[in-house]
Write a protein that binds this ligand. Structure first.
Ligand SMILES: Nc1ncnc2c1ncn2[C@@H]1O[C@H](COP(=O)(O)OP(=O)(O)O)[C@@H](O)[C@H]1O
Ligand SMILES: [Mg+2]
Length: 170
């Protein structure tokens, strides 16, 4: 599991963090962006999109709710700010985006917590009191291994055999 915490001091630095995150993303990934109004979610999305090869046109989709860009993979930029019910969110075609082959970047993802896939990136941006241009950024890659079931047995088996190799005396 990846887990990074950083503080940026300008929009430019947050764009840079977005570009760095983009280099870690793969087809089908979902990035859940959380934080108050003005915290920098859209700035982060711009950085991610730049890193994914989108040349221009990234802006807050608050009014259109969803925008699609072409980078090295299709990118869905979703903003849940104006949506309040699960029904509205599902009505966006939410599941189609997040289960599709593109990369989904979701602003105000805290509104859809129960609808997000278990495997996802979470990006939380927070204001730093007394520092107008500073933002606390916490990025986590959550990967859940599901142990029960045939795939789980395989993963578990591999883990066990590799730990046996690492600790042959036990
Ligand atoms: N360190 C920083 N990181 C990102 N944005 C910053 C930073 N410092 C100041 N800002 C400003 O904060 C605002 C963030 O806006 P935006 O990304 O649209 O927020 P959100 O999408 O979270 O509502 C922009 O006006 C940006 O210039
Ligand atoms: Mg925004």
């Amino acid at each position: 599991m990846d887990n990074w915490i950083t503080v940026t001091h300008s929009e430019k630095e947050t764009l840079g963090v977005g570009r760095m995150l983009a280099s870690r993303l793969a087809k089908g990934d979902v990035v859940a962006l959380m934080g108050e109004l003005g915290a920098g979610k859209t700035v982060m999305v711009k950085g991610i999109c730049a890193g994914l090869g989108v040349k221009k046109g990234v802006r807050s989709p608050s009014f259109v709710l969803m925008a699609r860009y072409e980078g090295r993979v299709p990118i869905y930029h979703i903003d849940l700010y104006r949506l309040n019910s699960t029904q509205d969110i599902l009505g966006l075609g939410f599941h189609e985006f997040i289960n599709g082959s593109g990369i989904s970047l979701i602003e105000w993802a805290e509104k859809a917590k129960g609808l997000l896939p278990p495997n996802r990136w979470e990006v939380e941006l927070k204001y730093v009191p007394g520092e107008e241009k500073a933002r606390d950024i916490h990025i986590q890659h959550i990967v859940k291994l599901r142990l029960p079931g045939p795939c789980g047995h395989t993963i578990h088996g591999r883990l066990r055999s590799s730990s046996e190799r690492l600790a042959p005396d036990r």
